[in-house]
Design a protein around this ligand. Sequence first.
Ligand code: NAD
Length: 319
Amino acid sequence: MKILVTGGCGFIGSHFIRRLLMEGNNDKIKIINMDKLTYAGNPNNLKDVKSDKRYKFIKADICGRRAVEKCMKGTDIIVHFAAETHVDRSIIDAGSFVRTDVLGTCVLLESARKAGVEKFVHISTDEVYGSVEKGRFRENDAVMPNSPYAASKAGGELLARSYFVTHGLPVVIVRSSNNYGPFQHPEKFIPHSITNLLRGRNIRIYGNGSNIRDWLFVKDNCAALETVMKKGKPGESYNVGGGHEKTNIDAARKIADIMGMRDCIEFVRDRKGHDFRYALNWKKTAALGWKPETGFDSGLAGTVKWYRENEWWWKPLVS
Ligand code: NAD
């Protein structure tokens, strides 16, 4: 079984690869990790598995047809994580998001079609649905992305869907909520807050902090992704939520409490087009036999501990 993972040196992709190599009885798998190593890709994320004989890293851009076709040869399953992922960056430079998240996805789909892969697992996001004040999005709801990041992810997944309908490529789409955990780049909210406190700085909150996110521990997400990879039905989408909705100010206070800090939160001008709330109904994924296992308090405490103990990892990434 050859699995091609794109973006495996990023946050979620690296956890997913480690899970496939370390957990379960996966002696017969071969994993190819194709990653361009942008600022977000970090070989240190997979330091512990780099000499595993079942694993191979290839530095390449998913927009490059030749490199993609080479990696795709003999692939049974592709799990496509590679993307530009930071909303703030997409507000400043949408072009790089369209290039990787849409064009790069197109190159992969076309190559996967030619290679006749068994399954194409397309990693999308809850952000494609846009914001909702009440209730929870289901898989068949319309996509209504609001940030250039969400729009580029929606473009990529719509293209993936079209390859299922038009060409019969066995695509499954996964839309997960906000992940957190070890190895997440310190530009993202939770690690940004933790590493700011560790450096004697304040946590910075956009607007008044009332925006709501549903937090999902990264290992729970990877369990869901493996479930969908194995049991998901081609042509279907699957929501994956954590079941822990928190306002940003509540999440920030929890981090500050865990770290024993007080009066360390400051409010800054709101992000343009800031979505108020993301919320998913993930019963369809639960029906495949998955549920999130990690409580927010314990997941957050473990994450804080990890950043405390691993300055070597995050210090070079912050200014
Ligand atoms: P990340 O930014 O940590 O990692 C992205 C990886 O993709 C990096 O290793 C980077 O080097 C690689 N990459 C970027 N452009 C590339 C290109 N052109 N060619 C090859 N590799 C390239 O991202 P993440 O947080 O791990 O997210 C992974 C996926 O999950 C993304 O598709 C994202 O949209 C989705 N997602 C993330 C979250 C979250 O909370 N982090 C939630 C839902 C969905």
